[in-house]
Design a protein around this ligand. Sequence first.
Ligand SMILES: [Zn+2]
Length: 137
Amino acid sequence: MRARRPADAELLDAARRAGKHAWAPYSGFKVGAALRCADGTVVPGCNVENASFGLTICAERAALARAVSEGKTAFTAIAVVGHGRRGRHLRPCGACRQVLAEFGDLDVLCEDRGFRLSDLLPETFRFRPRRSGRRPR
Ligand SMILES: [Zn+2]
């Protein structure tokens, strides 16, 4: 578990705002995310459902794809806001944990508490290419 910091509230608010734009006509389960980049900027994302359910993208990965498309690849935290059944607070799914881990360990802020990504996904899968090129972290 991670202690709250003053900037966390701002990031959680950004995630709440992004969640209002979620495209969730099938489940009604709207999720917002906000990724804090190392340069201090905040990139929002929301879930985007699809009639072919497997094509649905989570809010966390939507934010990450947007950030990378803007040339940002260093991150310090991500906030994720959404409420499941019976008011349970949302946690990033396994796919999002793995995709986020590609860019290093970061803080994961949920409505009720914070985590380190490495605590949510220990023993992350890593692939180290044999040939030179752009190396993953
Ligand atoms: Zn996910």
